[in-house]
Write a protein that binds this ligand. Structure first.
Ligand code: AMP
Ligand code: MG
Length: 428
């Protein structure tokens, strides 16, 4: 159900209302079967059952000697117990020797425990560590200088994963450990939600391409790049449609092109604010069913959302910082939802504000800040300068956004504030 805009008065709605409405139009996309590494950062659409035990066999957790616990009872430095070494076993080989009374097999980490043995004594607890010449390697015997418990240093077959067990459930996000786990059970391909295809169209007569000369009155089309980069970072596949001029014919043609390219989400920038010539709005309205909103936020007040040719379309504002903050607020959760992810809140930190932050917009103000740690290990936040919605450089200096609700007009230096981290680098 989509309600058409019926008057020129745009409704002012909250960020939460806009996001909830938008997200109702998205669901996890269908599954595709991909190579294991291509599944990184994606979400499983199936339960994975292990066909094997991991580890598949009892094996040694240490380099040492596989022995029978009963043969080394009471062994110590002052009471060494000598065993005959009957074999030397590396990882990856099947033991042909058996450990019988008063014998041992020299064994490497990961090697299969030979028949008869129940315990591994580490090299450090044998004459091998004390005197290299007394090594069982080639010497025929070794002295055991400690008596670990029966079963010590033996990893049992299936102690990690049992054959037939569900190891990862549908809905699991695959990080490097999950990828490793899948590899350990021989799962070379997995079913995950496919990546959303996101059409990106910049609009405006003033725009020129990145490598075109700047003539008078023109600016470069940066939104296409920040949007495409943000799509990639969220896990989507950008479909770049370039620039549409502010005329009905060009806009119509490029919007249809994005729809025909099989986009799951269409993102336009500019042309949706109150003062704009109505061309973008007219074309979106005639090609689809659109809402035009004012969202109670700064930057990013103008926002359009609707369905065009069956594709949900998000019309972001043109100002570069507004486009980035609106993408972050509305497009990123939509992309994550299509990927099957259920959590999209960024981490927040409590920080001590270093300078003054003000909000005279009467809207929720997203202030660009840089968070770091002071000598006491506390987080501090410093605003990154000019906060205008066209000042792209000040968001490049920020790693977080400080949200000021409309009723908070000022935060003084020293105030404790919560900052939403856009980036959470290893050291902040
Ligand atoms: P508009 O929403 O069309 O009024 O645009 C608002 C501001 O954003 C204007 O200053 C535009 O020149 C600027 N703008 C629009 N599109 C882009 C773009 N693709 N890249 C950079 N700036 C843009
Ligand atoms: Mg414009």
């Amino acid at each position: 159900m989509v309600i058409r805009q019926t008057s020129n008065v745009m409704q002012m709605i909250s960020v939460e209302e806009a996001r909830a409405y938008i997200l109702r139009h998205f669901a996890p996309l269908e599954a595709e079967r991909v190579e294991l590494l291509d599944a990184l950062d994606r979400v499983l659409t199936e339960d994975i059952v292990s066909p094997i035990h991991v580890p598949p066999h009892n094996n040694s957790a240490m380099d040492g000697y596989a022995v029978r616990a009963q043969d080394i009872r009471g062994a110590s430095k002052t009471n060494p117990i000598r065993l005959n070494v009957v074999a030397d076993l590396g990882a990856g080989y099947v033991p042909d020797a058996e450990v019988t009374q008063d014998t041992a097999v020299r064994i490497m980490t990961g090697a299969v425990i030979p028949r008869g043995a129940d315990t591994v004594v580490r090299f450090e607890e044998t004459s091998e560590a004390v005197d290299q010449k007394a090594s069982g390697k080639g010497s025929g015997s070794v002295e055991i200088l400690n008596a670990p418990e029966r079963g010590a240093n033996v990893r049992l077959a299936g102690e990690d994963i049992r054959a037939g067990e569900i190891v990862l459930r549908k809905g699991t996000l695959l990080r490097p450990p999950e990828i490793g786990l899948l590899a350990s059970i021989g799962q070379s391909k997995v079913n995950v939600h496919r990546r959303p295809r996101v059409a990106i169209l910049a609009t405006g007569d003033e725009l020129v391409e990145i490598d075109a000369p700047l003539s008078e009155g023109k600016i470069r089309n940066s939104n296409e790049y920040s949007n495409a980069a943000a799509v990639l970072k969220a896990g989507g596949v950008p479909i770049r449609l370039g620039i549409a001029r502010d005329n009905v014919q060009d806009l119509t043609r490029k919007i249809r092109k994005g729809v025909d390219a099989g986009a799951d989400l269409f993102i336009t920038s500019a042309g949706v604010s109150v003062g704009d010539y109505d061309i973008v709005k007219d074309v979106l309205n005639s090609e689809g069913e659109m809402h035009f909103w004012q969202v109670n936020m700064k930057p990013g007040k103008p926002l359009a959302f609707g369905i065009v040719g069956g594709v949900p379309l998000l019309g972001l504002p043109g100002n570069p910082v507004s486009a980035i903050v609106s993408f972050e607020t509305f497009a990123r959760p939509a992309i994550l939802t299509m990927l099957g992810k259920t959590k999209f809140a960024r981490p927040q930190v409590e920080a001590i504000l270093q300078d003054r932050a003000e909000n005279n917009a009467g809207r929720r103000n997203y202030i660009r800040v840089f968070v770091s740690r002071n000598g006491n290990g506390e987080y501090t936040a410093m605003t990154t300068g000019e906060q205008g919605s066209g000042i792209l450089s000040s968001i490049t200096r920020a790693n977080g956004l400080l949200e000021m609700p409309p009723e908070d007009l000022e935060y003084k230096p020293g105030a404790r504030v919560r900052v939403t981290m856009l980036d959470y680098p290893e050291e902040i």
